[in-house]
Design a binder for this molecule. Structure first.
Ligand code: NAP
Length: 243
């Protein structure tokens, strides 16, 4: 059991989730680093957070797209820490392609990992936060969820779903002292975007650069920790791509 506040970040072995975990550790949280299977990346993240913050992060492998695995993961966290104060639903994947050629498997894997996961993970966590009468949830949406994107019907549907989920949950949980917000990143430099033609994309971004995982992490920390009077909002972090 811990006296310190606890933050769970899903998909925190790499990219945006890793930066969020580091930022929350800097803010004094005991951070739980969830990942899907990339053991080396998760161990490196834990090591880096430890070195940079002197905190003791904990890596936990579970597949957020699997209800039973997610429930068992949350159970393990509660047995170890006794509380969860911040949840960042960040884990996500892409399986891009034109809709007409999109397989049911590509549709379902993206919907399950990016949207149903929010139900699987948040359902047990919300029960804990309701008992605590406090907590904060940040869901990782995308500009694709706000405006759509050709070649990403599955991903855009999932990310738009997260926005509806965020707003509804914010209304339901506000009276229990729980805030729920979303971040909608634009193009951020991670493994997910490494194969894109960035030169072409940068032309359309008013700030003329891609975002860094740290740009999203600072926003997540703001919404999760500092923004006492903000709930149900979707904050775009996209260099002005969508104005
Ligand atoms: P990334 O670099 O590809 O990292 C994905 C992370 O999610 C990894 O830690 C991975 O774990 C984890 N993950 C994937 N499937 C999982 C599962 N089933 N269960 C548990 N963890 C799982 O991605 P990213 O760019 O940081 O993206 C993070 C989030 O931001 C995603 O939701 C993404 O849709 C969203 N986003 C990203 C961008 C962008 O430009 N990068 C823009 C808008 C929104 P392993 O290491 O174990 O595989």
């Amino acid at each position: 059991m811990t006296e310190k506040k606890v933050a769970l970040v899903t998909g925190a072995s790499r990219g945006i989730g890793k930066a969020c975990a580091l930022e929350l550790a800097k803010a004094g949280y005991d951070v739980i680093v969830n990942y899907a299977g990339n053991e080396d990346a998760a161990n490196n993240t834990v090591k880096e957070i430890k070195e940079k913050t002197g905190t003791n992060p904990y890596a936990i492998k579970f597949d957020v797209s699997n209800k039973e695995a997610a429930e068992n993961g949350i159970k393990e966290i509660i047995e170890k820490y006794g509380r969860i104060d911040v949840l960042v639903n960040n884990a996500g994947i892409t399986r891009d392609g034109l809709f007409i050629r999109m397989t049911q498997e590509a549709w379902e894997s993206v919907i399950n990992t990016n949207l149903s996961s929010a139900y699987y993970v948040t359902h047990p966590v919300a029960k804990i936060m309701i008992k605590q009468r406090s907590g904060s949830i940040v869901n990782m949406s995308s500009i694709a969820g706000v405006y759509g994107n050709a070649g990403q019907a599955n991903y855009s549907a999932a990310k738009a779903g997260l926005i509806g989920f965020t707003k509804s949950l914010a209304k339901e949980l506000a009276s229990r002292g729980i805030r729920v917000n979303a971040v909608a990143p634009g193009f951020i430099q991670t493994d997910m975007t490494k194969d894109l033609n960035t030169e072409k994309i940068i032309e359309f971004i008013p700030l003329k650069k891609l975002g860094l995982p740290e740009d999203i992490a600072k926003t997540v920390k703001f919404l999760a920790v500092d923004a006492d009077y903000i709930t149900g909002q979707v904050l775009g972090v996209d260099g002005g791509l969508v104005i």
